[in-house]
Each structure stands twice: as C-alpha cells, then as structure tokens.
Design a protein around this ligand. Structure first.
Ligand SMILES: Cc1cc2nc3c(=O)[nH]c(=O)nc-3n(C[C@H](O)[C@H](O)[C@H](O)COP(=O)(O)OP(=O)(O)OC[C@H]3O[C@@H](n4cnc5c(N)ncnc54)[C@H](O)[C@@H]3O)c2cc1C
Length: 507
C-alpha cells in the first residue's frame, strides 16, 4: 500500500502549484493526472508544422522583472520563474463592437491607457483615473485577504481598505455609473468582461477591477513555448523537491472514514493510496457527485447552488502567410455584437446567435512562434448555456463546421484581414472536447461563474466555511479564486499552504 501525506488529483495549474507548496511545507506528495502530460488546459498541441497554444491568450500580473506582479512573486517563491522564457504582449486589446460602431486599440500602462481613453472619449480622464485608484485599493485588499487565508480583521479592512469595502458589494456597472464614467469610456473599459464570463450587471466590481489593473499596470506575458512551458517547469520543480507525478493515472474514488474525512484515494487500476489529505484540481460536482460516497446533504446543496460558467469553443488556424501579408494587425481582439454585456450574454446562450470571439494572433507577440512566412491564430467563444448538449450526435460535425465558418467570416468582416484562403491547418475544440479533456461538466472552461452572491469577495472571505470535508481542499478554476490562469495558480498556492497547516495541526 502506498502512503502519502497528500495526494493532488489533477496536474492542471492549480494542482501543480498546490503540490509545490505542499512539498515546500515538508509533505510527502503524489500528483495523479489522468492524461499523459501535465497542464490540463495549460498545454499545447501540434498540427502539421504548427504548435498551437491550447488556451492561454495572455498571462496577467506577471510583469517584467523591474515591475513584477503577484504572479511573478508567486513563481519566484515556487522557484520556477527562471525555468520559463517569457515574451511580452504588445498591447492590451483591440475591441470591435458592431452596435456601438466601436473599434479601439488600447495600450498597456495605466498612464498610456488613461491618455488613450481621453483621446477616444474627451472628458473621461477623471473617471478613468478614479477607476484605477479604486482598482488599486481593491488589489491591495485582496492581497491582504489572501495572506490571511480569508480570515480578515474587519477594523483593518475598514481603516486600510475603505474603498474596497465601499465598492465590494456593487456590480461593475453600478460603480462605473457612480464615478460618472461616460458611456463610451465604460464600453471600452468593459472589453475584458468575456475573460471572466459574467456580465457586468452581475459581475462584482472588485473582481473585474482587480483583473483589469493586473493587466493594465504590468502588461501581460506569454511563455515562448506556449503554456506547456509553464506546466513543464512546475512539474520539474515538483520532482526537484522530491514529489512524485503519476501520469495516465485517474483517481476514481476518494475514500472517507467515520468522520466523513479523507482516508485514501482509489486509482483507475484499483490501487489504493493511503492519505488523509487530498487537493482536488477537478470540480466539486465531479468529486462529490462521482468520487465520494455518503456526501452530506449540506454539501450537495452548496455544490449544486453554484452556477457553471461558460462552455468553451475554440478554433485554431495555421496560416500559410505571415500576419503582415494577411493584414492581421493585433495580438488580441475582442469582437462583440454589443458592449451591453447583459444583452451580449443572452445572445451567447445559443449556438445560432452567438458570434462573439476573443481572438489571438500569437505572431504579433512572438513572431517566431510559427515557421517563417506563416502565422497562427486561435479564436475562442463561450456559450452561456448548455446549448451544445442539445446537438444530436449526427449533427455534431456540421455544427462544428458552421460555427468555425462563422468565426472566420466575422473576423474577416470586422477587421478587414483576409485569412480564409490561407488556411493550412484547422482544428476545432467544442464543449464536448473540453468536457472530455479536463472532465469538467458541460465543457465549462471557466469553473463556476462569478455571481453577485458567489463572486471573488464572498468566496475569499468564506474560505473557512467552504472547507466542508476534513482533509479535502480544492484548487483551480472551481476554487475560491475562480477561473483563469493566475487565479488557478493562486488557489493552488492557498490550498497547498492550507493543507500544510492541516497536516501540521494533525501532528
Ligand atoms: C480556450 C481557452 C482559453 C482560455 N484563455 C485564458 C486566458 O487567456 N487567460 C486565462 O487566465 N485563462 C484562460 N483560460 C482559462 C484557464 O485555462 C483555466 O482557468 C485554468 O487553466 C484552469 O486551471 P485548473 O487548475 O482549474 O486546471 P484544469 O486545466 O481544469 O486541469 C485539471 C486537470 O485535472 C485532471 N483531472 C481531472 N480529473 C481527474 C482525475 N479524476 N484523476 C486525475 N486527473 C484528473 C485533468 O486531466 C486536468 O489535467 C482559457 C481556457 C480555455 C480552454
């Protein structure tokens, strides 16, 4: 019988970071991953002469060495920063919206962003400055909450982080209205909303603001060899610290004892691993619904109360011409029907109506990412309902093709670039692909949706109450920091450290 202090189920972003934290805390750790390679969504794949990034558009909050962000600080302390070769993303985004006839490219850097906004929307300067001030206060408050594992002093919150307390329970739209930001400036500033997958009437201001400032103040980065390079660096570090990673190994059961707490993990080959601590990098729906017996009703209710976030669809193109030749000007495009995010969210519920895309041409950040004279693009959209669940098996291929075609048409029409005739490789991932690859219900790629009542603030501050099963903690997109690369890394950091604390308490 194998015995470990902790077993990490899943080698995605959250699981890998949790494993390093556990090892740094002196624990004997096993990571089990059902695939033959690490990373979960953080991976790459080859088609012909192209190596495609599977998910990452850009990593925020890393920053250059002289302006490092929280993710760089995390990676430094994990000991992985220097194992990865980074390349900066040239500009924040180009947002195009049909209804508002918007087509604006925004830069990184708070001052440059505010200046550009003033140029696009004269009279917006004061409100944009106010936004960044509130966002900075929010970031500081979240750092404090993280460091205290969610157990914060309310007197400190009120005294030191007053702006955070004042704005914390309001939506993005409510706060932007209250600081009298002109409508067009709001539209431009809201462009990142699809990265969080909840519309701006529902999305808490502090969640959105802390993401925006992490992008704008420090810029964004990409590992040259795609996100796979980060996943490999994290694995190397786990091994350096004496941890074990078993690939092609699925955890099928978490065994519990009389107190309902963790006693062991059963693998797909029937092996039993003895452990009293599990960090699960998969969804609570799968863990409580499939991997554990006798789950108390309270936990079932709490798990089912949460709303699944967007289901992913991505088209990857390898093009036999360079970005310059094709007229692809930017790295990062957001193409919307409307900047009214609540209305856009509704349209994104159906396959037939959804035409939103967040599109990347990696060559604009790293020209050598594909062979000379070629370029590479990936186009992602989210479905805000399980409409792909309604597609009959016999219609699957043609539905995929229809959506891919719409994406190409829309990109050509909105940007003027001509790509269709230069496609050398094409690959498409649907919610079915994502459900199968990472095991997340309905092919969700963003964990649980950030909701008014269940957003970043409540989750950070309810961490202690969310710990409902002895020995079981979660890391990754379904955990307390919600979805996204940096959030998944941070949740791994928190859950790993908390589990070290649990182990120490047990003695
Ligand atoms: C197309 C796309 C674009 C995206 N773009 C961005 C972006 O630009 N910026 C950003 O911040 N985020 C982006 N995201 C979201 C980001 O990729 C995820 O939030 C993040 O990677 C989730 O990490 P995770 O820790 O939850 O692990 P996951 O990636 O969900 O991985 C979970 C791992 O656990 C394994 N596993 C599950 N069950 C078991 C089991 N029973 N036994 C063993 N192993 C198991 C899976 O195989 C998988 O490897 C994107 C996602 C996609 C798909």
């Amino acid at each position: 019988m194998d015995k470990y202090d902790a077993v990490v189920i899943g080698a995605g972003n959250g699981g890998l970071v949790a494993a390093i934290r556990l090892l740094q805390g002196g624990a004997k750790v096993l990571v089990v991953e059902k695939h033959n390679l690490p990373g979960g969504f953080a991976t790459s794949f080859r088609r012909g002469r192209f190596e495609f990034e599977a998910s990452l558009h850009e990593l925020n909050d890393f920053g250059p060495a002289d302006n490092g962000g929280d993710v760089r600080a995390l990676f430094d302390s994990l000991g992985v920063t220097d194992k990865i070769e980074w390349t900066p993303i040239p500009e924040a985004y180009r947002v195009i919206a049909r209804k508002e006839k918007l087509d604006v490219t925004m830069p990184f850097g708070v001052k440059a962003f505010i200046d550009k906004m003033e140029k696009e929307v004269p009279g917006s300067r004061l409100s944009t400055e106010r936004f960044f001030q509130l966002a900075d206060d929010t970031r500081a408050a979240q750092k404090y909450t993280n460091e205290r594992n969610g157990v914060v002093e309310s007197s400190v919150m009120v005294k030191e982080y007053g702006n955070y307390v004042r704005t914390g329970s309001y939506s993005v739209n409510e706060v932007l209205d209250s600081i009298r930001m002109p409508k067009k400036a709001q539209d431009i500033l809201r462009a990142y909303w699809c990265y969080l997958g909840a519309h701006c009437d529902d999305l808490s201001f502090s969640h959105y603001a802390s993401m925006v400032i992490r992008y704008i103040s420090r810029g964004a980065m990409m590992p040259k060899m795609r996100s796979h390079e980060i996943s490999l660096a994290l694995c190397e570090r786990i091994r350096e610290l004496g941890g074990e990673i078993w690939f092609n190994t699925e955890a099928v059961k978490i065994e519990t004892g009389a107190d309902g707490g963790v006693e062991g993990v059963i693998l797909d080959d029937g092996r039993r691993i003895v452990t009293r601590h599990v960090v699960a990098n998969c969804s609570p729906l799968v863990v409580y619904g499939r991997m554990m017996d006798g789950v108390p009703e309270k936990i079932v209710r709490a798990t089912n109360a949460r709303k699944l976030a967007g289901r992913g669809f991505t088209m990857f193109l390898g093009l036999n011409k360079s970005a310059d030749e094709l007229g692809i000007e930017n790295h990062n495009y957001f193409l919307y029907d409307t900047m009214d995010s609540a209305a856009q969210y509704e349209i994104m519920k159906k396959i037939d109506t959804n035409e939103v895309q967040a599109t990347v041409c990696l060559n604009r950040a790293y020209p050598e990412c594909s062979p000379p004279g070629t370029s590479m693009m990936y186009f992602t959209t989210l479905y805000m309902s399980d409409d792909w669940g309604n597609v009959k098996p016999e219609d699957y291929a043609k539905t995929k093709e229809k959506v891919a075609n719409k994406m190409i048409d829309r990109f050509e029409r909105d940007t003027g670039a001509k790509i269709r005739d230069s496609i050398e490789e094409i690959s498409v991932a649907t919610p079915m692909t994502y459900a199968r690859y990472c095991g997340h219900p309905e092919g969700g790629i963003y964990g649980y949706e950030s909701q008014y009542w269940d957003g970043l603030n409540p989750r950070l501050q309810m961490m202690a109450h969310d710990h409902m099963t002895r020995g079981l903690r979660f890391a990754g997109g379904f955990a307390m920091r919600l979805s996204g690369y940096s959030s998944a890394y941070f949740s791994g950091d928190i859950s790993g450290r908390q589990t070290v604390g649990d182990i120490k308490k047990e003695g």
